[in-house]
Design a protein around this ligand. Structure first.
Ligand code: FAD
Length: 470
């Protein structure tokens, strides 16, 4: 059947205005945030309900049409961008954007897949609750995308990955069948926990249309400090000290190098250096408590006082109000986008055991500087989770394309060192298309075989997000 005939049938199901066939209308769905992928699509479909998603998927399955689910299009491994073959349909979840239920007493919220993460955070705040997932893309990414990628972010230390926040899911399967697993139970041991397969499944097993999620008490007391340190070894010691003293009250611990802060000062609107002198490394440390009575400020002072005495910390700025807390986080959350204007950046999203972070950084930074003299490593991120975004900006004045041509070789070097430390080559961004061919090097044969068998069971025709992950 011709493309226009399919488009006509989809128009009957979801309305002609939601079937995008012109290049101008399709453009926002085809370019990836880092410009690493430029897609070509048969058409973009924008269903507005679970039933419409089901109708689209039933028809696609019957007609052997390939489908790529897309949320906020902020994914960093190319999974949401249609391939250059042009035979994939983009299925955007953006119109499924209702919060279906909020239960402050039961500490749950049920939302459709297209609800933007920041909107979800605000909905929770409106009922004096916290939805803790937080990341730089929160103004655009959607909860369905977050769940499909099992997003991490800056609050994993205290609240876990997205996986830990999901109670139930509603999913449309590749065949078009609807699975309503929107349970809000905290305990449910009735056989296989199927939702776990869709969490982090990167849209290869089904389309998430809604989720029941956990809420938490909203922090009543919150303190943040921007800390200057000599090196990651001192940062790790500070982390150990803070974790030992604060336990669950330690809700953020992020590391950044000087060069990253300089990039922010150059390119990030509203960014200013919280400390007067320059320091080789920085940590943003946050403590928070749901209790008004908890002496969070005293605890922060005690931790940093001890760290000063031990010579771990060179300087620290305490946020004096919520605006300053946000200013500190503005720098941390801006760390990804400010690398773009500095030219080519070769990325690695890796994790190693927390205690190995400083040694990993020493070794990996030396290795990439040896490989490309003058390159500028900007490793930053969630040191408390053992997760570093080991990004390496091109040397000043180098040719961007020449530099990016070294992507695979540099990946091999860095991932080799990650392997020596028993780490992972994808801590939180997933596999998508970017890392698909690396999977065979890091998974056992039996793991890959089981993954393929699961994929075949859910999607026997291989029509949903083909070529991603596997
Ligand atoms: P998309 O990019 O649209 O899709 C991502 C994947 O999920 C694709 O494979 C897609 O096919 C699939 N998918 C999307 N929606 C659905 C659905 N409803 N059902 C089934 N499959 C679906 N990630 C982190 O983990 N931690 C961070 O700290 C972090 N920081 C970031 C900062 C910036 C500035 C940017 C640009 C990205 C960052 N990311 C981070 C990556 C990205 O934001 C996350 O992966 C996010 O969860 C993707 O959500 P999305 O809605 O944009 O999904």
């Amino acid at each position: 059947m011709e493309r226009t005939a399919h488009a006509d049938r989809f128009a009957e199901m979801i309305g002609a205005a939601n079937v995008l066939t012109s290049p101008d209308d399709q453009a926002p769905y085809l370019t990836e945030w880092r410009d690493l992928y430029q897609g070509v699509t048969l058409m973009v479909l924008r269903p507005g309900s679970t039933e419409e998603v089901s109708a689209v998927m039933t028809y696609a399955y019957q007609n052997d049409l390939k489908v790529v689910p897309q949320g906020g299009n902020t994914g960093l491994v190319g999974g949401q961008i249609p391939q250059e073959t042009g035979d994939e349909i983009v299925l955007s979840l953006s119109r499924l954007n209702k919060v279906r239920a909020v239960d402050p007493a039961g500490f749950t919220i049920t939302a459709e897949a297209g609800v933007v993460l920041e909107t979800l955070q605000n909905e929770a705040e409106n009922v004096d609750r916290l939805f803790p997932l937080a990341l730089g893309a929160q103004g655009s990414c959607q909860i369905g995308g977050n769940i499909s990628t099992n997003a991490g972010g800056t609050a994993v230390l205290a609240y876990g990955n997205t996986r830990d926040l999901v109670l139930g899911l509603e999913v449309v399967l590749p065949t078009g069948e609807i699975w309503n697993g929107l349970r809000t139970l905290r305990k449910d041991n009735t056989g296989y926990d199927l939702k776990q397969l869709f969490i982090g499944g990167e849209g290869t097993l089904g389309i998430i249309t809604a989720a029941a999620l956990k809420l938490f008490p909203r922090p009543k007391k919150l303190e943040a400090a921007f800390v200057g340190l000599p090196d990651p070894h001192a940062a790790l010691k500070l982390f150990t000290l803070a974790k030992a003293q604060a336990g669950p009250v330690l809700t953020g611990f992020e590391i950044m190098p000087r060069v990253g802060v300089e990039f922010c000062l150059r390119h990030l609107e509203g960014a200013r250096d919280p400390l007067e002198g320059e320091h080789a490394w920085y940590v943003l440390m946050e403590l928070s408590s749901g209790s008004e009575a908890f002496p969070v400020r005293d605890l922060m002072e005690s931790i940093l006082g001890e760290a000063f005495e031990e010579g771990l910390v060179e300087d620290a700025a305490f946020a004096q109000n919520l605006t300053q807390v946000q200013d500190f986080w503005h720098i941390r959350h801006g760390m990804s986008e400010v690398q773009k204007p500095e030219g080519g950046s070769i990325k690695h999203d890796v994790s190693v055991p927390v205690a190995s972070i400083p040694d990993f950084l020493d070794k990996a930074m030396a290795a990439v500087e040896d490989f490309v003299p003058g390159c500028r490593p900007v490793p930053f991120g969630h040191i408390g989770d053992g997760n570093i975004h080991f990004n390496v900006s091109q040397p000043v004045g180098a040719d961007k394309e020449d530099y990016l041509a070294k992507w695979d070789e540099m990946n091999t070097i860095v991932h080799g060192i990650v392997g020596e430390f028993g780490g992972s080559i994808s801590a939180e961004h997933g596999i998508g298309r970017l890392k698909r061919d690396l999977l065979k090097d890091v998974k056992q044969g039996i793991e890959l075989d089981l993954m393929k068998r699961i994929k075949d069971a859910f999607d026997p025709k291989g029509l949903l997000n083909p070529g991603r992950v596997l």
